[in-house]
Design a protein around this ligand. Structure first.
Ligand SMILES: NC(=O)C1=CN([C@@H]2O[C@H](COP(=O)(O)OP(=O)(O)OC[C@H]3O[C@@H](n4cnc5c(N)ncnc54)[C@H](OP(=O)(O)O)[C@@H]3O)[C@@H](O)[C@H]2O)C=CC1
Ligand SMILES: O=C(O)C1=N[C@H](C(=O)O)C[C@H](O)C1
Length: 269
């Protein structure tokens, strides 16, 4: 046992779960305090390092999140909306910082997370990378500088296993464009065009999603006017960027008061 903050990883066997475990183990800034999977999962009771096919990590995978959270200072959670809502209540009970990367949240999930943030620090972002959060700020600035003669389209591409669309990042970028323009995203979002859609509505923000292969995550914000286009782009080639951001958020959260924060707060952008 060291004085380093203890971190629990939920969804340990997932694409991000594995990346987060490797990132925490290699960081020298935190210790792996627990790994959670759902009851009945093949990894329950196994050493997580061995379950991942490597050396023992000295941490067994558990299906008891509250017991794991109670022994830790932070929980990093990239799972699914229903699970994340449950983890938010348990992390608040354990007074652990909850870093949420899960996307695909509906308003009822967000309301429960907001309630949990009355008692604990929650850092939530649809994308934890430095590059995307910089792109969010750039998008807001460009949208504020250009009027509605410039049509805004957000195009995203992800791997074939992704279950939600538009991506959390695309929604962050759309929200930034809407804020730059001083409009509510819900009032202007065009999600999923198909068939005889009619001409594009002036001032609307469109979303398109590509799914295929092993694409880690690619996002374009297109500002299209008559005769010219401005395109802001981020390409992720390695999930380590999300894991590094999440660990940074978990450490930053140790010094904050209860409330809901995002990566713009963590990075000071
Ligand atoms: N904010 C960011 O920077 C990023 C966010 N993401 C988001 O993170 C989430 C996960 O992505 P990814 O790792 O690719 O997905 P995976 O499907 O690979 O992993 C999800 C993991 O969560 C587990 N899980 C789901 N429900 C529960 C539960 N009730 N209890 C315990 N574990 C549970 C799954 O287990 P099981 O297989 O048994 O269902 C699985 O191990 C997605 O919402 C994705 O969009 C991804 C990358 C970056
Ligand atoms: O599911 C993914 O993989 C990713 N999800 C996040 C999103 O929905 O934007 C972040 C990243 O693009 C990868």
């Amino acid at each position: 046992m060291t004085d380093l903050p203890g971190i629990v990883i939920t969804g340990a066997s997932g694409r991000m779960g594995r990346m987060l475990i490797q990132t925490v183990l290699a960081s020298g800034k935190a210790r792996l305090a627990g790994c959670v999977e759902r009851p009945g999962h093949a990894w329950i009771g196994r050493d997580v390092g061995e379950a991942m096919g490597g050396a023992p990590a000295g941490v067994s995978v558990t299906d008891d999140p509250l017991a794991a959270f109670a022994r830790a200072q932070a929980v990093i959670d990239f799972t699914a909306p229903a699970a994340t809502v449950e983890f938010a209540a348990l992390a608040a009970q354990a007074r652990a910082v909850h870093v949420i990367g899960t996307t695909g949240m509906e308003p009822e999930h967000l309301a429960k997370i907001k309630a949990a943030a009355r008692h604990a620090v929650i850092v939530r972002a649809g994308n934890m990378s430095l590059g995307v959060n910089l792109l969010v700020q750039l998008t807001k600035k460009v949208a504020a500088a250009l009027d509605a003669d410039w049509d805004v389209e957000v195009v995203e591409a992800h791997h074939r296993m992704k279950v939600d669309a538009p991506s959390g990042t695309a929604l962050m970028l759309g929200q930034a464009a809407a804020e730059g323009r001083g409009v509510a995203l819900d009032a202007v979002a065009d999600r999923g065009r198909d068939g005889i859609t009619g001409a594009r509505s002036r001032g609307h923000i469109g979303f398109s999603a590509i799914r295929g292969g092993d694409i880690v995550g690619e996002h374009d914000v297109i500002f299209a006017a008559d005769g010219e286009r401005v395109i802001l782009r981020h390409i992720a080639t390695d999930r380590a960027i999300f894991a590094r951001g999440a660990l940074r958020a978990a450490l930053w959260g140790q010094r904050q008061k209860p409330g809901e924060y995002d990566m713009i707060d963590v990075l000071g952008l």
